[in-house]
Design a protein around this ligand. Structure first.
Ligand code: TMP
Ligand code: ASP
Length: 267
């Protein structure tokens, strides 16, 4: 048996060569990092949940005509995706002020923004993914004007769709990060949605309580991160009873009470 070839190891995923040319396997790890990997930890079961949530979200997005790299989920932690050339830009879409924009502009967390804002960061860990303007993207040729138009219009469509999708399960989509990649076809290329969409790269607040159901629980040492990720998956209808049969047990009753800060019921 030959060992498959690892292409890249990131902070939350490992990429392996796929079974056919032009495909890649994305393996979702439990590792969590924050503040440009200055803070490191693990969130048990995160990889399994993010694999499922990302599969679900990318599939729903493809149904509304957003081109994505997703092909199919292979198993609990892996999915098959199209190989793309990642555009070196993180696209952050914000509906409500939270996180870095609050520090930068002195806004209060939770303040709705006058309108949806798209920000761009240059994907470079050594530089700490600095915020950039569209002029930097054009000046340094990180993406063409045409690609940026496609990226911005897809980002807005993704935001509209996901805001509604999450609102239907009583979750407010505060902000999120997208990545795009180039898919080549001969001399031509087009940009498609890549990477993942999961509570690692989104801020998701319960609409009733404003409880954080995303990686901010880890970033800010709030605790209950495993339960928060499970809660998102559960509300999306992705946690079924058969999960435990595959070796991952999700105890829903206990995590919900933990999230609210009440003690676990005694068995
Ligand atoms: P920020 O407020 O820290 O700039 O983050 C905005 C959104 O982007 C938030 O939902 C988390 C996500 N994000 C990532 O997915 N990766 C990152 O490296 C950063 C900084 C943010
Ligand atoms: N994933 C990023 C990191 O570790 C930042 C974050 O999500 O907060 O550096």
């Amino acid at each position: 048996m030959s060992r498959r070839r690892q292409i890249y190891e990131g902070k939350a995923k490992i990429l392996y060569e796929g079974p056919e040319p032009g495909t890649i396997i994305q393996y979702f790890k439990d590792d969590a990092t924050a503040f440009n990997a200055q803070k490191r930890g693990t969130i048990n079961g995160k990889g399994v949940i993010n694999n499922r949530i990302s599969e679900y979200v990318f599939t729903r997005l493809s149904h509304i005509g957003i081109p994505t790299h997703f092909i199919r989920r292979l198993n609990m932690r892996e999915q098959l995706v199209r190989q793309v050339e990642i555009v070196p830009i993180e696209v952050v879409v914000r509906n409500v002020a939270a996180g870095s924009i609050c520090k930068r502009l002195g806004l209060e967390e939770g303040e709705p923004l006058p309108h949806t804002l798209i920000e761009y960061c240059y994907k470079d860990d050594a530089l700490g993914d600095p915020l950039i303007a569209e002029e930097h993207i054009a000046c340094f040729g990180w993406a063409s004007n045409e690609e940026m138009q496609d990226i911005a219009s897809m980002a807005i469509r993704v935001n509209d769709f996901l805001s509604g999708m999450f609102a239907a399960i009583n979750i407010r989509l505060i902000d999120f990060k997208l990545e795009f990649g180039r898919l080549y076809d001969g001399d031509y290329s087009r940009v498609i949605l890549a990477d993942e969409i999961s509570p690692d790269g989104c801020r998701l607040w319960d609409m009733t309580t404003n409880e954080k159901l995303d990686k901010d629980r880890f970033r800010r040492d709030l605790g209950g991160e495993e339960e928060a990720y499970q809660e998102v998956a559960r509300r999306l209808g992705l946690l079924q009873n058969d999960e435990s049969a595959q070796g991952e047990v999700f105890d829903l009753s206990s995590h919900r009470s933990k999230l609210r800060g009440t003690p676990k019921p005694k068995k």
